[in-house]
Design a protein around this ligand. Structure first.
Ligand code: FES
Length: 100
């Protein structure tokens, strides 16, 4: 099932859009022209990632400063933590997610 999140027209750099689908809390990020969909809360300490900074493909959690690769989910500097990522799908003008 396709869940609409936002229209592509409405994306802008710096966007952090928290969404809830069923029991899943997700965060849509748009930065430097790239769009990412990840779990909303940091896998380290559950800190909400809306205020995370993103540089290139690296997300820095404002909680304790751990950095995660947005392309692989791997944590830099602390093993055992992995940021869950979701595949983004498109339906006409909409960005959404199908696989949760
Ligand atoms: S809660 Fe994100 S680094 Fe600790």
């Amino acid at each position: 099932m396709f869940h609409r999140l936002i229209r592509t027209l409405d994306l802008y750099d710096g966007l952090r859009l928290p969404v809830q689908i069923g029991r899943e809390e997700l965060l849509l990020i748009h930065e430097d022209g790239a769009t990412w969909l990840v779990q909303r809360r940091c896998p380290h300490g559950e800190f909400p990632l809306e205020r995370a900074s993103v540089r290139g493909e690296v997300l820095r959690c404002p909680g304790h400063g751990l950095e995660f690769s947005l392309s692989s989910g791997q944590c830099r500097g602390a093993q055992g933590y992995c940021l869950k990522r979701y595949r983004i799908d498109y339906d006409g003008p909409w960005i959404g997610v199908s696989d949760l």
